[in-house]
Design a protein around this ligand. Structure first.
Ligand code: FAD
Length: 405
């Protein structure tokens, strides 16, 4: 017979210590709400999960006095995003033109960012972080979610909570257990991630090379370039079968000035495959349960905004929920309000990403077509009023979120 799980209690149980989970837990703990953050992994180590911290997130951290200390950690800054086309470079976004204290994208290993935020949260007595604690089930009573059952080295524990937040990412177990319905779109691409050496004399912005049916994005990570090679959806096995020599050749073809760097790729273990998805749930909540971040909406990598949107969800959720959680008056209306504030910016950016995928990426990945920057984009980048729009949307999003007092 299986042993009865141990029992524990908290006010808010946050499942998943990714960007959304750690920020929500920190903001709630700051306001004195008892919060337990459960993370399935034993550490924050994670590669190729996005290392981009956008101006909007830096502003948010600044509001709670953490931006300066985050900047003490080793990081790189990206101030411009340039599209390298067969017709020459086109500056797509110049973050230096944005009205913000932080006119750049900060590149910092995600593990360092998560450890930093969790470290700050630990200063508050109402915060508890359990690593290696995997959520296996939801506790439901009379149609209301009352917490979770998690498993760690000590066995199973039933953690009861006034609110459970699923911040457990794109393959969310909480979303699955809660029976949430997802609306999916099908982006036409997958991505191969890898790193190559970066030299001091290299440009310091982010670059996207387009040509010959290839798209290669290179992001400054200090002594390395983090590279995303965009390939047609479902073609990764073909790319692998063709071999590393063919991959190096393709990369050199699209970015000839970096051909020598691609020689450092000599083992498939250096290459990590991302199956690109895009989806969102129709309803972000049920009684006693809320989804945020990738659990609520898996973002396409176009624009690299997944972390940004996950953190904005967390900040808005803390704004709406801290007081009723503290007072024990949380109701469905509060959860609905979180969705109301965050759904429209998410839907807008996803609609834009879908358009770019169809109009630009699908065309660029077609080797039979010669890529040309769409006329609308060329015009937009020439008009002084509109040319800051791409940097604004990537750096600050459709809606700026502030930490409410
Ligand atoms: C290869 C790759 C590259 C990316 N690059 C970028 C980029 O450059 N910029 C960008 O903005 N976004 C990028 N993204 C997207 C970005 O990583 C996500 O949008 C963002 O991490 C979402 O944050 P989150 O907190 O919602 O979920 P996640 O970061 O996925 O965190 C979820 C956490 O929940 C934990 N968890 C899962 N299941 C359980 C369970 N049952 N119990 C307990 N814990 C659990 C996981 O271990 C994880 O730590 C990338 C994604 C991938 C996959």
């Amino acid at each position: 017979m299986e042993a009865e799980p141990d029992r524990a209690e908290t006010t808010c149980c946050v499942v998943g210590a990714g960007p959304a989970g750690v920020i929500l837990a920190l903001l709630l703990a700051r306001k004195g709400v008892a919060v337990t953050l459960l993370e399935a992994h034993d550490n924050f180590d994670r590669d190729f999960r996005g290392d981009t911290i956008h101006p909007s997130v830096l502003e948010l951290l600044d509001e709670i006095g953490l931006a300066e200390s985050l900047h003490q950690l080793p990081h790189a800054k990206i101030s411009t995003g340039t599209l390298m086309t067969p017709d020459g470079p086109v500056v797509l976004g110049d973050f230096r033109r944005l009205r913000t204290r932080f006119p750049y994208i900060m590149m910092i290993p995600q593990k360092d960012f998560l450890a930093f935020v969790a470290g700050e949260a630990k200063r508050y007595p109402s915060f508890r972080l359990l690593m290696g604690a995997r959520v296996e089930a939801l506790v439901e009573e009379g149609g209301v979610m009352r917490g979770v059952v998690y498993e760690d080295d000590a066995g199973k524990t039933e953690l009861r909570a006034g609110l459970t937040v699923g911040a457990d990412g794109r393959g969310s177990r909480v979303r699955h257990l809660g029976g949430f319905e997802q609306v999916k779109t099908s982006p036409p691409m997958d991505i191969l991630w890898f790193r190559v050496p970066r030299l001091a004399a290299d440009p310091d912005g982010g670059m996207a090379f387009i040509g010959g049916g290839h798209i290669l994005v290179m992001l400054n990570r200090g002594v390395q370039w983090q590279c995303a090679n965009v390939i047609l959806k479902g073609s990764s096995s073909q790319v692998r079968a063709a071999g590393l020599e063919a991959l190096r050749r393709d990369l050199a073809e699209v970015a000839p000035s970096y051909a020598e760097r691609f020689q450092s790729l000599n083992d498939w273990r250096q290459v990590s495959m991302l199956s690109v998805e895009s989806s969102r749930v129709k309803r972000w909540f049920k009684p006693g349960l809320l989804l945020i971040g990738d659990a609520a909406h898996v973002m396409s990598p176009v624009g690299g905004v997944g972390i940004n949107y996950a953190i904005m969800d967390a900040a808005e959720a803390a704004n709406v929920l801290a007081a009723p959680l503290g007072a024990g008056t949380l109701g469905e209306g509060h959860l609905r309000e979180v969705q109301r504030r965050r759904e429209w910016p998410t839907r807008l950016i996803q609609a834009l990403q879908t358009r770019i995928q169809r109009r630009v990426i699908a065309a660029a990945l077609d080797p039979r077509r010669t890529f040309r920057v769409p006329l609308v984009l060329r015009l937009l980048l020439r008009l002084p009023v509109l040319r800051n729009l791409p940097a604004r949307l990537i750096g600050l999003g459709f809606k700026r979120v502030h930490v409410e007092r």
